[in-house]
Design a protein around this ligand. Sequence first.
Ligand code: URA
Length: 263
Amino acid sequence: MARMQLQDILFSQGFGTRRVCAGLVQQGMVIVNGAVCDDAAADFEAQGLHFAVQGVAWEYHEKAYLMLHKPTAYECSQKPSMHPSIYTLLPAPIRQRGGGAAAGVQAVGRLDQDTTGLLLLSDDGKFIHRMSSPRHHVPKVYEVTVKHPVDALQVQKLLEGVVLDDDPKPVRAAACVQTGELQLSLTLTEGKYHQVKRMIAAVSNRVELLHRSRIGGLLLPADLAAGQWRWLTVDDLASISAPVSAAALPDTLNETSAATLAR
Ligand code: URA
């Protein structure tokens, strides 16, 4: 818990340079706890602070952890080549947090431009590293629609392991369930380039639609429409890190323990 000057709070949350932030406060554009505060040096307990800048409601987050429902025809790159960047779906302060060359949040791994579904973003380098590291084996669930009818042999091969062109070591699905004539639910614990598409091609089929529905124990919420984002809650963070054994979690999960799990 730390008290911070209002101008520093705004700066840390991505509302511009310190000078711009001080100016916003002095011009009466910042509301804190329901009242205009025009003293840039006024200090507040930052954690959990609710404020509004030029009418936009905001909540202080020391680190940013969010989920995005990635729509199709968006690229997970800051410098996209064909389609708009997913970063354009986020408000400017989230893209600018922290300032400097590495400003803003980054996607935790990438989805192809034509893949939809759950994508995590953060400005916490350790979290991104942990989540992306193959050592951590965070299971990711993909709903796959294929071109040709699925058969039992394809499912068996995906579970036993298929060889992809760049690596002689077979890759296998941690789980593979046929959910329709042309549908599979595939769980992977690694994130190789185009992995689902290449695994499906290796069993002589072809991906037509690809949607990521789950990361660890975290499901894409049904009420988060394509293109929308939201902050991850303490419970969301805990469920990513503890996908299988909920019993391993402390009974009373508080802000601190979830933040620790996140790191
Ligand atoms: N596997 C793929 O082939 N594409 C994705 O976007 C994600 C996993």
